[in-house]
Design a protein around this ligand. Structure first.
Ligand SMILES: [Zn+2]
Length: 101
């Protein structure tokens, strides 16, 4: 099937690029690092795809507008609803504490 090592390497690179792009796309959907998963998918091909498929979403549903926002942002990316007070901003009023992170 493979005539030389070059053919095997070419196939691995092509498979890596495809898996990298798909992994990056899934990572985007799950609010995770797109570039990180693109690289991971490239080097680990199928394993990267499986990993990003089973990993949970790095996002929470906004109770106000129902959209998904990335963990750690503190506020809804769509309507500005405040989830919790970030640790680096302890000066925010206590009444804005609505959820635990
Ligand atoms: Zn919202």
């Amino acid at each position: 099937m493979f005539r030389s090592l070059d053919d095997v390497l070419t196939l691995m690179v092509v498979a890596g690029i495809i898996c990298g792009i798909v992994s990056g796309a899934i990572a985007w959907e799950k609010h995770r690092s797109v570039f990180g998963w693109l690289v991971f998918g490239f080097f680990f091909s199928g394993l990267g795809l499986v990993a990003i498929s089973v990993i949970p979403k790095n996002a929470k549903t906004c109770p106000k507008c129902g959209e998904l926002s990335t963990y750690g942002t503190g506020t809804c990316e769509y309507c500005g609803y405040v989830f919790y007070v970030p640790k680096d901003k302890p000066d925010r009023p206590k009444e804005f504490i609505t959820d635990e992170e």
